[in-house]
Every structure is written in structure tokens, then in C-alpha cells.
Design a protein around this ligand. Structure first.
Ligand SMILES: CC(C)(COP(=O)(O)OP(=O)(O)OC[C@H]1O[C@@H](n2cnc3c(N)ncnc32)[C@H](O)[C@@H]1OP(=O)(O)O)[C@@H](O)C(=O)NCCC(=O)NCCS
Length: 113
């Protein structure tokens, strides 16, 4: 993480992490539905530990549920304290629901594969 992403207290702004969680969930959803998806909900977001400048941050995803038009994805965020002790710490987790939409932005059935 870079200094441009910090809040007023010098740690990484939560909105930056949320934005990356959103992207990670979209990438995971493509495994289920190759078309366009939009985020309908982000639930169970927990910031367990701060992220610091210089941390190497990884986003691990898992599909929890595939519905008629939606895919629910768990995103687990880990930070490697590269400029401190090198520890790997789980910093954030969230569950994101992505909905398949057509060209007009209306929900559509999940197309597997
Ligand atoms: C996503 C969107 C197309 C859904 O349209 P809708 O007609 O309201 O859809 P529904 O309420 O019937 O829900 C569609 C699916 O989403 C799920 N869903 C809806 N609201 C949800 C919520 N709050 N949490 C979890 N899942 C939800 C429903 O269970 C359903 O899943 P299923 O078909 O797999 O059973 C519409 O709400 C939308 O365009 N939202 C804005 C999306 C967006 O712009 N995201 C970026 C934010 S900047």
C-alpha cells in the first residue's frame, strides 16, 4: 500500500480496502458468470486490524452461494507487514453479493461456465 491511500492518522483508508474487495469479488464472480455483474450488497464487513503503508495486501476469494441471478462471495484480506516483522495478518473480511445484469443493467439469470 502506498502513502496516497492513507487517512488522516497515517493508516490505510478503509474505503480503499472496500474498493479492492469489490474488485476481488467481481473477479471471483466471473468464474460463475462470464457476463456483466454489479454489486448489490456488501455484508459482514469487519476491519480486524489496520493496514499500514508498505504492507503487501492480498485478497482471497471464495464463492459461498450461487443463486438464480446472484453470486455471494467471501473475501478475506491479508496484510504482510513487509517493513516490520514480516507477519501475515488477516486485516479484513467481507461477504459481497454480485448480481448478473444485462446490457440495460437489469438482473438476468446466471449463466454457468
Ligand atoms: C442489482 C440490481 C440490478 C438488482 O435488481 P432487483 O430487481 O432489485 O433485484 P432483486 O431484489 O430481485 O435481487 C436480485 C438478486 O440479488 C439478491 N439481493 C438483492 N438484495 C440483496 C441484499 N441486500 N443482500 C444480498 N442479496 C441481495 C437477491 O436475493 C436476488 O438473488 P437471486 O436471484 O440469486 O435469488 C439493482 O438493485 C441495481 O441495479 N442496484 C445497483 C447496483 C450498482 O450500481 N452497484 C454498484 C454500486 S456503486
Amino acid at each position: 500500500m502506498m502513502p496516497r491511500d492513507t487517512n488522516a492518522f497515517g493508516t490505510i483508508f478503509g474505503g480503499v480496502i472496500l474498493s479492492e474487495i469489490d474488485l476481488a469479488a467481481a473477479v471471483e464472480a466471473v468464474k460463475t458468470h462470464s457476463g456483466r455483474t454489479v454489486t448489490v450488497a456488501m455484508d459482514e464487513v469487519v476491519f480486524r486490524a489496520p493496514v499500514y503503508v508498505g504492507d503487501l495486501v492480498s485478497f482471497h476469494t471464495e464463492t459461498l452461494h450461487i443463486g438464480k441471478t446472484s453470486v455471494r462471495v467471501k473475501v478475506s484480506v491479508w496484510a504482510e507487514r513487509r517493513f516490520a516483522d514480516g507477519d501475515q495478518v488477516q486485516v479484513t473480511e467481507a461477504e459481497v453479493t454480485m448480481v448478473a445484469v444485462d446490457d440495460e443493467g437489469k438482473k438476468t439469470a446466471i449463466q454457468h461456465g
